[in-house]
Design a protein around this ligand. Structure first.
Ligand code: AQP
Length: 320
């Protein structure tokens, strides 16, 4: 079994990415699993090249600093020749209707200048999955349709040209708390949030983390209890606290008398949880040669994993 998970450098890594994904990846113990920074996917909407490059390095460093095994991590664009070759082959077995039918494309393709990459990126995602022979892809509801497309393309290619691809399937990630924005509990904490005051970034300085937590919205019940439906903002803070301390959110509420005490506890727990990750990440970012070495080794290994599959696909497709 090979599980493939990615993170897109569309903004700074936040506590939601960390608790919901990266920390879990570091704790998973499955040899064949692969993790990647999907910088090619960050190009489907307007972006700044230098910022993309910096965010890609930041995310790679955060993954390594958190403890995701370096031999299972790579940066997507380091495999550009392999992935774009396979994407082209896959695009030539995809119908226009299949691509245009993707819900995410329909939702995001509003406005005047929609990039063609937004239409075709599910075929790149299919290449991400099929190249290393991933069998399981943990995704949220919004990406399940793309994994379904990867299955369709694998089946179609195998049936038309010859058996090359392993059939992947989408799996629901193990239940992880959905971290909400501190200024609006109805929204998830997001890299693309317009206002970063409700978003705790992994690389924020402790003081800034503390200020953001102190400004978190609460409610006027004035009771620290875990009642997600009635007190969503307080429940979000309790879930964050619990995720950092290892307690359940109900236990985390015990002994906290008032919202000031809750916020103090959350700020302290988040700062302590992120301290070693932040410090190791900054060390790695300060040592570009070391990070480059890790990155290059990851690319070599990822390339090796897919080389025979790419060669077979090109040959069966009549190329070379
Ligand atoms: N708020 C969140 N709570 C828990 N998990 C979260 N993830 C993202 N936000 C939360 C998980 O982080 C992993 C990598 O995310 P991604 O790069 O695929 O981005 P995303 O899911 O589209 O959400 P972001 O990070 O907020 O970015 P934008 O603003 O660009 O949409 C995934 O496993 C995701 O579930």
């Amino acid at each position: 079994m090979t599980r493939l998970s990615g993170i897109t450098p569309s903004g700074h890594v936040h506590l939601g990415n960390y608790l919901g994904a990266v920390r879990r990846w570091a704790r998973e113990d499955a040899d064949g699993d692969l993790y990647f920074v999907s910088d090619l996917h960050a190009m489907t909407t307007p972006y700044r090249p230098e910022l993309l490059r910096a965010l890609t390095r930041e995310q790679l460093a955060v993954l390594i600093a958190t403890g995701v095994p370096a031999d299972r991590v790579f940066v997507q664009s380091d495999l550009t020749p392999e992935l774009t070759s396979l994407t082209w082959v896959l695009q030539c077995v995809t119908t226009y209707g299949e691509a245009a039918r993707m819900t995410q494309f329909k939702e995001k393709s509003t406005g005047a200048s929609v990039r063609l990459g937004l239409l075709t990126y599910p075929t790149l995602m299919a290449a991400d999955i099929l190249l290393p022979g991933a069998t399981e892809v943990p995704v949220g509801d919004d990406q399940a349709q793309h994994v379904e497309l990867a299955r369709t393309l694998a089946r179609r290619f195998n049936g038309t040209y010859g058996e090359v691809f392993v059939m992947p399937k989408a799996i629901m990630p193990p239940v992880a708390a959905r971290v909400a924005d501190l200024s609006d509990p109805s929204r998830k904490m997001a890299k693309s949030a317009r206002d970063s005051i409700g978003v705790l970034h992994v690389l924020d300085e402790p003081d800034l983390l503390s200020r953001k937590v102190k400004r978190a919205v609460t409610d006027n019940h004035a009771r620290v209890e875990y009642r997600p439906a009635e007190q969503p903002a307080v429940a979000n803070l309790l879930e964050i606290l619990a995720a950092c301390t290892g307690d359940g959110p109900r236990d985390a509420a015990a002994g906290l008398d008032g919202y000031a005490a809750l916020k103090d506890a959350v700020a302290e727990a988040v700062i302590e949880e992120l301290r070693p990750v932040r410090s190791r990440t900054l060390e790695l970012l300060d040592d570009p040669a070391e990070l480059d070495k890790i990155r290059a080794a990851g690319a070599v290994r990822a390339r090796e994993r897919g080389a025979h599959r790419l060669a077979s696909a090109l040959r069966l497709a009549g190329l070379g």
